[in-house]
Design a protein around this ligand. Structure first.
Ligand SMILES: Cc1cn([C@H]2C[C@H](O)[C@@H](COP(=O)(O)OP(=O)(O)O)O2)c(=O)[nH]c1=O
Length: 236
């Protein structure tokens, strides 16, 4: 696990496309807020901001195919989006020690970009990524990463529902099943390497009910929070 000097009260919900990250981030935010710990929510890519334009061009296939776009270049498009978001939006909350909850973060590059490299280059990629975002750019390093481990075939079925069978609405990543299947291997590798908490989200091909997954997510968050110093604004 990279432990830079700027580890923060930042919880990341990570998972493949269609794994239920937004649902779980919403449920976790509700539960923590109800228990007296207000949460600042963020999400990446930051589509509402022009910082994500290179990411949007990449996902639309405007820069090249999945194989053509250099892994380090593609990763950097996302890193820049995060840096701009941090600087212009949530750095103050973070420095004041508020609890931040992110739907995707640097960790998504480890799942979705690293996989395009041969496995013998994965350790080098993870070191490069942590150095770029946490050390050089000074982005906060998450204190807790929860990986929602959904079988890629199941998440693909959930994505199909989201798009109602319209293939043209899928982005560069979602359109490639082999790629999505491979991402799980990269994600589990990164989870082991960086010490993420992995929560199994399906039994064979059937997803567990969101409330059941939420209880597991909440237990991890509460266990981690109990070891943290609360911010004064949390009302403790
Ligand atoms: C945030 C982030 C996302 N990604 C990938 C994951 C997704 O395949 C894609 C778009 O993310 P996202 O918008 O979460 O997917 P969707 O809304 O279509 O479900 O970008 C990275 O490769 N690196 C990153 O840092």
């Amino acid at each position: 696990m990279p432990k830079s000097s700027n580890t923060s009260r930042l919880i990341v919900i990570e998972g493949l496309d269609g794994s239920g990250k937004a649902t779980q981030a919403g449920l976790l935010a509700e539960s923590l807020t109800a228990a007296g710990t207000p949460v600042r929510r963020i999400s990446f890519p930051d589509y509402a901001h022009k910082s994500s334009i290179p990411v949007q061009m990449y996902l639309n296939g405007e820069i090249g195919s999945l194989e053509e776009v250099n892994v380090y270049a593609a990763s950097t498009f996302y890193s820049i989006d995060r840096y701009i978001s941090y600087q212009t939006d949530w750095s103050r909350d973070c420095k004041e020690g508020r609890l931040i909850l992110a739907d995707r973060y640097t960790t998504s590059n480890a799942c979705h970009q690293m996989v395009k490299l041969p496995q013998k280059e994965w350790d080098g990629y993870l070191d490069w990524l942590a150095d770029l975002e946490y050390t050089r750019m000074g982005l906060p390093e998450p204190g807790l990463v929860i990986y929602l481990d959904m079988d890629p075939n199941t998440s693909r079925r959930l994505l199909e529902k989201r798009y109602g069978g319209d293939e043209s609405r899928k982005d560069l990543h979602e359109a490639n099943l082999f790629y999505l299947l491979s991402c799980r291997g990269a994600a589990l590798y990164a989870a082991e390497h960086w010490g993420w908490k992995v929560i199994r989200c399906c039994d064979g091909s059937d997803p567990y009910p969101p409330e059941q997954i939420h209880q597991a997510v909440l237990a991890e968050a509460e266990a981690w929070l109990s070891c943290q110093h609360p911010a004064e604004s949390d009302g403790f």
